[in-house]
Design a protein around this ligand. Structure first.
Ligand code: HEM
Length: 337
């Protein structure tokens, strides 16, 4: 990524449209780690179509949830939203099928088992398939969940994060000094123990996710009557927990609109007013992976580049399907350190 950014600078491309650039990297990362395979550069068009389909599917689900007449299958699939949903689903399946089949082919060429090396998630699934424990539909469901949850969420957090960092030179400087105190002048990439030492960067990412939680709301079914102060929520109700609103409440987070990573530096108790990865039994299982990936990318970028905004203090409007996104391009100026 750093080389890619340097090459852009050499070509005179100082301003970067952050979202598509970062999404490409996070999609590659999840494919290389969980799916066991690198995405070839000739699949750029396919990746673009996949990302477009994912965004379309999220939008269609959101529309359906907020328009009662679309609850009925017949109405939904006759509507323009439902017809687009079908097309996007097909596009999505084409991409995930190709990831699965490519890995299946490679596994026939190399022996992935018994080498003592950790197996990728997709290898475990293909092994389970050969033992008759899962079918192709099951594999596709798991691959879809991980590919979507594993790249779009981190991409949006990184995008909003780079926007906020560009606007806060002081925060960039603190991250830079922290990286230097851990890695020194070396140009090597940070390893796992370096990342664990980056406490300030950890607080920065938590603050980014407070202001811009990639999953802005989650739903739950109430399985037994719940009493909240003088409010009684009957059993069987469906409730929405609005993480975005919760994390911007002034009584819970003083000066809620202000980007201030320091508020997470001395946090030592679990507090359910902060929920970017949800909580409880169905919380995010990719939380540690996501934090590592984001620390890795932020630290690499800040060690090599200084960022500045196009317009100081400008905040784009946001939109939300299943994931929180900026409604317009986030443009950031880069210069080499
Ligand atoms: C900034 C990054 C991320 C954020 C903010 C995030 C947030 C969340 C949230 C809020 C949920 C819970 C939904 C609920 O309670 O209903 C969730 C679930 C999930 N996440 Fe993440 N996530 C992130 C990254 C990742 C990554 C990188 C992966 C995979 C490597 C991942 C895999 C999953 C999976 C599989 C679930 C479903 C768990 C279940 O239903 O039991 N997430 N995520």
């Amino acid at each position: 990524m750093v080389r890619d950014l340097h090459e852009r600078l050499q070509r005179g491309e100082r301003t970067l449209d952050v979202m598509p650039f970062i999404s490409d990297y996070t999609l590659n990362t999840i494919c290389e780690t969980a799916m066991g395979g690198r995405l070839d550069s000739e699949t750029d068009a396919a990746k673009y179509e996949y990302r477009k389909a994912i965004s379309g599917l999220g939008m269609a689900i959101y529309r359906r949830l907020t328009r009662f007449w679309l609850f009925f299958d017949i109405m939904f699939y006759l509507s323009p939203t439902g017809r687009q949903f079908k097309k996007d689903l097909q596009q999505n399946c084409i991409f995930t099928n190709s990831v699965i089949e490519e890995r299946r082919k490679k596994r026939n060429e190399i022996d992935c088992t018994g080498s003592g090396k950790r197996m990728a998630l997709l290898d475990l699934l293909l092994d389970a398939e050969s033992k008759g424990e899962i079918d192709m539909e099951g594999i596709r469901d798991e691959v879809n969940t991980f590919m979507f949850e594993g790249h779009d969420t981190t991409a949006m957090a990184l995008t909003f994060g780079l926007m906020l960092l560009a606007d806060h030179e002081d925060v960039q400087e603190k991250i830079y000094q922290e990286c230097r105190s851990i890695i020194g002048d070396s140009t090597r990439t940070a390893n796992t123990s370096d990342l664990a030492e980056m406490k300030y960067l950890d607080a920065v990412i938590k603050e980014v996710l407070r202001l811009y939680p990639s999953v802005p709301l989650i739903g739950r079914e109430i399985t037994e009557e719940l009493v909240l102060d003088d409010l009684v929520i009957p059993q069987g109700s469906e409730v929405i927990i609005h993480i975005y609103e919760l994390q911007r409440r002034g009584d819970l987070f003083p000066d809620p609109e202000v980007f201030r990573p320091e508020r997470f530096l001395h946090e030592d108790k679990i507090n359910f007013s902060y929920l970017p990865f949800s909580a409880g039994l169905r919380n995010c299982i990719g939380q540690r992976f996501a934090m590592q990936e984001m620390k890795c990318m932020f630290s690499e970028i800040i060690r090599h580049f200084k960022l500045s905004p196009i317009v100081k203090g400008y905040r784009p409007s946001i939109k939300s399907d299943l994931v929180l996104r900026p409604n317009e391009s986030i443009l950031v100026n880069f210069s080499a350190r």
